[in-house]
Design a protein around this ligand. Structure first.
Ligand SMILES: Cc1cc2nc3c(=O)[nH]c(=O)nc-3n(C[C@H](O)[C@H](O)[C@H](O)COP(=O)(O)O)c2cc1C
Ligand code: SF4
Length: 402
């Protein structure tokens, strides 16, 4: 199938098979859409994308982990409406990823101790999350369902429920993170209960006019976490629950962050961008130990995704290491309806139109992951050629993403 064939997700028709994957923009001062959020997504839409995804919107205040992160609430609607209008004017569809960061919440931003399936210590915060009580779980389910209506009011065509990467839904799904002994923990049926409750409400609110995608883990990438067998079970369950499409990913950002994106976290560059001197030093000293590299290769999730493909019929979105026209062709030929990219479109928002001009075009993204390193402290952009990054760091850390 050709990338430039229209395709459907639920009742939503996209002009082609490309999706800009959710990649945290950090462009929401005061937790509402800033001008740069509009101009970035407008440029991706202008660059030919079928649908672009606004990343990582928290469904309530406790779901926030960053000062410059979107919080989907009434006050944010007018700003988001400007963003979706701009995307639509360029002929693309607009999706918003909704989630809750759970144990990754920052107390000063979220207004309380982080909530998760299980209490304890999260070294990667560092935070001390508390186990959610039944009423807190049920209230959060309601917040997901309210978020759907806020997304509709904001002009979105689709929502993407974030059920992967070790965020709250995944903190329930993952046996590595969920140690509960009640009806929300233990068996797969119990661990998936929170996701099921969220999906039932979300689907009801979405009705026929909002497409519902779910980003999920095929594997957690850690011993004791979700493996491919449970990844497949999750996909089958989501199909039964009426998801319109699945975005297949993996990894836990609180334990195996590089499993999600692969390559090396450039910790020197990360420390360079962090303003707090203690945090900056901590990252430079211990970052490599905490964020272990995972070898990068093109289409690094393809083998697992093909196994999921065999078990479900709903549209699947492939994501992970797509950076060339050749890779796009491989994905579509392997039976995936859509192909999503993050870094290739951070590097060049016009990459899809390049693929239209030249089917075998290659992205100039070097997978240096500097854009990820800056995510914690500033606005998303390709920092590969940022003049404040000394050349010697580039050499030592390499753009090879091994
Ligand atoms: C800067 C950056 C921020 C990201 N933020 C998110 C996010 O907010 N939510 C999410 O689901 N994935 C996030 N990701 C992961 C991407 O959506 C995608 O799964 C991953 O980068 C692999 O795709 P790629 O090889 O095309 O970059 C982020 C990736 C990057 C590079
Ligand atoms: S900073 Fe590196 S990984 Fe990110 S888009 Fe630029 S070249 Fe690609």
């Amino acid at each position: 199938m050709d990338l430039f064939t229209p395709g459907k997700i639920g009742n939503l028709e996209l002009r082609n098979r490309s999706i800009r994957a959710a990649a945290f923009e950090g462009m929401c001062p005061g937790h509402a859409a800033g001008d740069s959020l509009l101009s970035y997504h407008q440029s991706v839409a202008k660059g030919g994308i079928g649908m672009t995804t606004i990343a990582y919107a928290a469904v309530n205040r406790m779901g926030l982990s960053f000062q410059h992160q979107l919080w989907l609430r009434e006050e944010a609607v007018p700003g988001l409406r400007r963003v979706t209008d701009a995307i639509h004017a360029e002929g693309a569809a607009a999706s918003i990823q909704i989630g809750h960061c759970g144990l990754m919440a920052k107390r000063s931003i979220a207004g309380g101790r982080p909530l998760s399936s299980t209490g304890g210590f999260n070294l990667y915060g560092p935070t001390f999350p508390v186990a959610m009580k039944e009423n807190q779980i049920l209230e959060t389910v309601e917040d997901f369902s309210r978020a759907v209506n806020l997304a509709r009011d904001s002009g979105f065509d689709a929502i993407e429920v974030h059920a992967g990467h070790g965020y709250l839904i995944s903190q329930f799904l993952s046996p590595f993170l969920n140690k509960r002994k009640d009806r929300w923990g233990g068996s797969f049926e119990n661990r998936s209960r929170f996701m099921r409750e969220v999906m039932i409400k979300v689907k009801k609110e979405a009705g026929n006019d909002i497409a519902v995608l779910v980003k999920m883990n095929m594997r957690d990438g850690i011993k004791g976490g979700i493996g491919l067998d449970e990844g497949i079970r999750t996909a089958v369950l989501l199909e039964e629950l009426g998801a319109d499409a699945l975005v297949l990913s993996g990894g836990l950002v609180s334990r195996t962050p590089m499993y999600v994106m692969r390559g090396k976290m450039p910790t020197t560059v990360m420390g360079h961008f962090i303003k707090n001197p203690f945090m900056s030093m901590g990252v430079r000293l211990f970052g490599d130990m905490l964020m272990k590299p995972e070898p990068f290769r093109e289409l690094y999730f393809l083998e697992d995704a093909v196994e999921v493909r065999k078990q479900v019929k709903l549209p699947l979105v492939y994501v992970g290491g797509v950076a060339s026209g050749e890779a796009v062709t491989k994905v579509l030929d392997a039976g995936f309806e859509f192909v999503a990219m993050a870094r290739a479109l951070v590097h060049d928002p016009g990459f899809i139109l390049k693929l239209k001009d030249e089917k075998t075009a290659e992205s100039g993204c070097l997978h240096s992951n500097y854009c990820i390193a800056v995510m914690y402290s500033g606005e998303m952009a390709c920092f590969q050629d940022d003049p404040s990054i000394p050349e010697k760091w580039k050499k030592s850390l390499g753009a090879s993403a091994t």
